[in-house]
Design a protein around this ligand. Structure first.
Ligand SMILES: Nc1ncnc2c1ncn2[C@@H]1O[C@H](COP(=O)(O)OP(=O)(O)OP(=O)(O)O)[C@@H](O)[C@H]1O
Ligand SMILES: [Mg+2]
Length: 282
């Protein structure tokens, strides 16, 4: 199998974090400093420090309940952090809400698919696109020529985005009628519609068969290359993580236990013990 991250080389950035060497002349797209959240007495995430380069594919892995989805919920302001800082392109996101942080450039998919299942594939993508479009109210109410021009543009854009996954012919199908793998792909397309600079994918390969996963892997790399954006993904499928992620962060009980390239992670004794399991020799 082709490895996309073969020549991954990470370099330190000032805050003791690491990002790909090619991104080092720009500030990281995301930087978390001492990020943490408590739910009552439970510390779900603590001392989460990480940086992601502008065009990096980063991975967040760890056992069930480690706090991975909680990190995404913090980044997207589903939860406000108990402590710490989240910088997006160098800008502090403190006080922002979910919508504001999406406009600022973070889009996500969910561990459990969240589509409008009774709407068509096209309508689902248009919802993503509209959330990033700036209508002026009179334009929208009067359905003026400018409105229709924008609508036509949005439909063309939606088809273009669907074609990344070769899904343009499914545009008029009901989203809920698609096979599971296709629904996961549609969620990614919808997220891309909001024009993110950082795309968060929560277990994108869950429920996919090996050939779908291999295709997804190629498409994630294609998305990064085409849009020149950063991707951070949570995934239990180690073939996907180890093949496409550059910087990988391992969480255990809400804390980072290792950070580095696929090679670093695979050889880290603590990670092997906590998560990857002991490798049988011979
Ligand atoms: N809103 C909440 N209230 C209380 N506890 C929560 C809340 N959200 C998450 N937790 C707890 O935080 C911990 C981390 O959960 P999280 O969903 O982030 O794990 P995860 O790493 O995504 O796991 P999985 O691989 O199973 O998806 C768990 O113990 C969970 O029960
Ligand atoms: Mg999760």
């Amino acid at each position: 199998m082709k490895r996309y991250n073969e020549d991954a080389k990470l370099v330190p950035v000032p805050s003791t974090n690491i990002i790909p060497e090619r991104d080092v002349d720009k500030s990281p797209i995301l930087e978390c400093r001492h990020l943490g959240i408590d739910f009552g007495g439970l510390t779900a995430v603590d001392e989460f420090n990480m940086a992601i380069g502008r065009t990096e594919i980063a991975g967040l892995i760890g056992p069930n309940g480690a706090g991975k989805t909680t990190v995404f919920n913090l980044l997207t302001k589903v939860y406000q952090p108990t402590r710490g800082t989240i910088l997006l392109g160098g800008m502090d996101t403190a006080g922002m809400n979910t919508v504001q942080v999406n406009h600022a450039g973070i889009a996500r998919t969910f561990q459990n698919i969240r589509l409008f299942s009774k709407l068509t594939v096209m309508e689902n993508v248009l919802i993503g696109l509209h959330s990033s479009m700036k209508y002026r109210l009179p334009t929208a109410i009067l359905r003026s020529p400018a409105y229709w021009r924008q609508e036509k543009g949005a439909r063309e854009r939606a088809l273009e985005l669907l074609s990344i996954f070769d899904m343009q012919d499914l545009a008029e199908h009901e989203a809920g009628s698609l096979p599971y793998g296709a629904q996961r792909r549609l969620e990614i397309v919808r997220a891309l519609g909001t024009n993110p600079s950082l795309l968060l994918l929560d277990e994108p390969a869950a429920g996919m068969n090996p050939s779908e996963t291999a295709e997804l892997m190629e498409n994630i790399v294609k998305i990064r290359d085409t849009f020149q954006i950063a991707v951070m993904l949570i995934e239990h499928d180690m073939s996907l993580v180890m093949n496409i992620c550059e910087g990988i962060c391992v969480l255990n009980f809400g804390r980072i236990i290792a950070k580095g390239t696929a090679k670093d992670i695979q050889n880290n004794p603590e990670v092997i013990k906590a998560y990857l399991g002991t490798r049988k020799e011979g």
